[in-house]
Structure formats: structure tokens, C-alpha cells
Design a protein around this ligand. Structure first.
Ligand SMILES: Cc1ncc(COP(=O)(O)O)c(C=O)c1O
Length: 405
């Protein structure tokens, strides 16, 4: 397969300007390049598009089972077994109308108001948002890319109370780009289980991992860890299906799964995933493997390019992500206030980024910006060509030390 799916002219710009919301093209003033929400600038894979057309053409669009279409549940379980040795059956899969809502449902199912959940800080806002909405108390445990399992455990131990019920992890980690090793995960999970905690593992990014790193599904590590883990998975990042609002929960403990389904209210049809979204996922998992592999190859080259371009920003440090398609440089030497820096880049370079603000990533994100690179090389180059002179001007006025060799 050629990489024409991800070439410069594969970006459907006219459509993105009309359809790409959530801080992206359709919500930016003309001329602003949005490297904001982590959503690809490319069309979904042909297998998905064809399957949707066929299903709609057939025209039967009635109710489907509350837990998800049997084909959906089987396709996800088969994918989990074959791509990450996560030993699960179709009955261990519950279709949700996004990974975000999977997290919200799990929070409601597992936590009572006032219960505490440990989460890393920084991390994507959805963890603290969904926990907060369920009335749970969010307890943040600081992490950096270098945090060892022992250090993370010490951070959790210091924050443990009799109300601590859960640990929520994000692997690969958005925005730090870390892909946790089997050893790291095992040590952390065994500690949590030893303290009687259940674990939510948000693995929505798990298909976007760069060699030589490998994703290890937490629930694949041991039967004991699998029993105490609920995995959140999704299709927005890997298969560019964010607008279909579809994700899933994978839990091998039947009683726990029952509680989660009950908390969703899917059985009363108050909640449920569009049948078309489920059909799209089946097609993606069964016919999109090569497209996904090509996408990851494109992203790895984008990751290398973005790292090289950021190395030219005076005083800025940026570790290349091991997974995800976001990079999170420390821009403190340019401006302590990342909101102000992002505003300046928007005004002067016409490029939109996400500031390392409490609202987006919680504590530990100040002084950083997040840059999403799931676009074409042409757009990424244009964005950096525009930002570089502005950054150099800011650095010169701050007297920042140039970090060029
Ligand atoms: C870590 C993380 N979890 C969950 C989500 C939500 O994904 P979905 O579009 O399926 O709700 C995102 C999307 O940005 C994410 O980065």
C-alpha cells in the first residue's frame, strides 16, 4: 500500500473547514492552523467508508442490543486477543458512545460521591472531568516522563486515605507521550490491588506507539490484575472516527461488567451507541489493519520531524513521544504563562496550540504547550515555519539561551 492516504494532498481541507470542530479547522478563523485537539486531518479508512455505505443502503436501522452488536463485541474481543494478548470474550466488551463516556459510566458505576480516585498529574482533562461529574474526589499524583514505578507508588501511598477506591491510569500517556513498560505497570497494579483499589486503564492511545516501544495492555499482565482492571478503549485516535462517538469498556469480571452496564442505562435505551458507529468499528478492525500501520508509520515520521523542529526553539526542551500523536514541550524559558504564549503564537504565527493549563491537563502542566501532529507534513512544516520566527523573537527579548548545538 502506498502512503497516499497521508500525503499532503490527502488532507480534505474544504471538508475539514466545515466539519472539524472541537478547537479544530471549523472553529478557527480563516488562516489559523489548529494543532489542537488530537484528531487526525485525514479521512477514515476505505473499509469503514464502504461498510457504512453498504449498511445504510440496506436500510434496516432498528434497535440493537444494549451491550452492543454481537459483531462489534466479537470484533473488539478478537482485536484485543490478537493485537495485545488481552484474553477476553465478546461478553467482556460493552459498547459505549465514546471513550470519554466509557470513563463517565465507569465512574458512576464504581464510585460514590466522596470516594477518592488517584490519577496521574498531568493527564488528559477527561480523567478529572468524568470523576468530578460522578461526585468523586480527584487525588492527583505527580508524574513526569521519568517517574519510576517506585516513585509513583510512593506518591500514591502518601495520598492514600480510607476513602481511596480507584486508580485511573492513561497508557500511552496523553500528554507526556510515555508508553509504560510491563514492569512499571505490574509493580503499580500490584500495589493498587494490594491496597484494595480497582483500576481503570485508559488505553485509547494504545495503537499509536512507535518502535521500539510496545503497548502492554494492563489486563494482559496477569489474571489477578485482569480481574481488578477495567480497560477503556476507543476509535477516535487510531481510526479517525471521533465524530461517530464510539468506544468501549473491556472487563473480564462479569459482576463488575453488569454494574457498569446498569450504570449506563443502556438496558432502558436511555443510553446507547449508534448502530452505524458500531458497524464502522467492525469494518475498521477487520479491514483497516494496513491503513492503521501506514498511519502509524506516517505519524512516526511526523514525530521525528516535530522533535527536530522543536530542537530549534531556543531554551525549549521536548522529549519525543513514545506513543500518541501529541508532544508536550516545556516552553517555560519563553514564557511561564503558557496561555499567554499560545495566544501570542495564535496572533502572530496563526497557529493554535493547547496551553499547559490546569483545565486541560491538571497540575504539572504549567509552562508547557501541547502540539498535535496528526496532520500532513506540509501543514506541520508550514505551522513550524510560522512559529519559529515568533519563538526566536520571544527568546531574544527574554534573553533565553539558544539550545542549538
Ligand atoms: C487519554 C484520552 N482518553 C479519552 C479520550 C476520549 O476519546 P473519545 O473521542 O473516544 O471520547 C481522549 C481524547 O482526546 C484521550 O486523549
Amino acid at each position: 500500500m502506498s502512503n497516499h492516504f497521508f500525503s499532503d494532498d490527502a488532507v480534505p481541507m474544504a471538508l475539514l473547514r466545515k466539519r472539524a470542530f472541537n478547537l479544530r479547522w471549523a472553529q478557527q478563523p480563516e488562516g489559523v492552523i489548529p494543532l489542537t485537539a488530537a484528531d487526525p486531518d485525514f479521512a477514515a479508512c476505505p473499509a469503514v467508508r464502504e461498510a457504512l455505505v453498504h449498511y445504510v443502503t440496506d436500510g434496516v436501522l432498528g434497535y440493537v442490543p444494549a451491550e452492543g452488536l454481537p459483531d462489534f463485541r466479537e470484533a473488539v474481543a478478537a482485536w484485543m486477543r490478537s493485537t495485545r494478548q488481552l484474553n477476553c470474550a465478546a461478553t467482556d466488551v460493552f459498547a459505549t458512545d465514546s471513550a470519554a463516556s466509557a470513563m463517565a459510566v465507569i465512574a458512576r458505576a464504581c464510585l460514590k460521591p466522596g470516594d477518592e480516585a488517584l490519577i496521574p498529574a498531568p493527564v488528559d482533562f477527561l480523567l478529572h472531568h468524568t470523576l468530578g461529574r460522578a461526585g468523586a474526589v480527584v487525588v492527583r499524583v505527580p508524574v513526569t516522563r521519568a517517574t519510576t514505578a517506585g516513585e509513583f507508588i510512593a506518591g500514591m501511598e502518601a495520598r492514600l486515605t480510607p476513602r481511596t477506591r480507584m486508580l485511573w491510569l492513561c497508557n500511552p500517556h496523553n500528554p507526556l507521550g510515555v508508553v509504560y513498560s510491563r514492569e512499571w505497570l505490574k509493580e503499580v497494579a500490584e500495589w493498587a490491588i494490594g491496597r484494595g483499589l480497582r483500576i481503570l486503564s485508559d488505553e485509547i492511545w494504545s495503537d499509536i506507539v512507535y518502535t521500539p516501544h510496545r503497548h502492554v495492555a494492563l489486563a494482559s499482565i496477569s489474571p489477578e490484575i485482569a480481574r481488578q482492571t477495567v480497560t477503556v478503549y476507543g476509535f477516535s485516535k487510531n481510526f479517525a472516527l471521533a465524530g461517530l462517538r464510539v468506544g468501549c469498556v473491556v472487563a473480564t469480571d462479569a459482576a463488575w461488567m453488569k454494574e457498569i452496564i446498569a450504570a449506563s442505562d443502556a438496558e432502558s435505551t436511555v443510553y446507547g451507541v449508534s448502530v452505524l458507529s458500531q458497524v464502522a468499528v467492525v469494518a475498521a478492525l477487520e479491514g483497516g489493519r494496513e491503513w492503521l500501520a501506514e498511519f502509524v508509520r506516517h505519524l512516526q515520521s511526523q514525530r521525528d520531524y516535530v522533535t527536530e523542529r522543536l530542537a530549534r526553539w531556543p531554551g525549549v526542551t521536548a522529549a519525543p513521544p513514545q506513543g500518541t500523536y501529541v508532544i508536550f514541550p516545556c516552553t517555560q524559558s519563553l514564557d511561564d504563562d503558557s496561555q499567554r504564549l499560545v495566544q501570542r503564537l495564535r496572533d502572530e504565527a496563526r497557529v493554535a496550540l493547547v496551553p499547559g493549563a490546569e483545565r486541560w491537563f491538571g497540575q504539572g502542566s504549567a509552562g508547557h504547550v501541547r502540539i498535535c501532529f496528526s496532520t500532513s507534513r506540509g501543514i506541520l512544516k508550514e505551522a513550524f515555519d510560522r512559529m519559529e520566527p515568533v519563538v526566536k523573537k520571544i527568546a531574544a527579548s527574554r534573553g533565553a539561551k539558544n539550545n542549538l548545538p
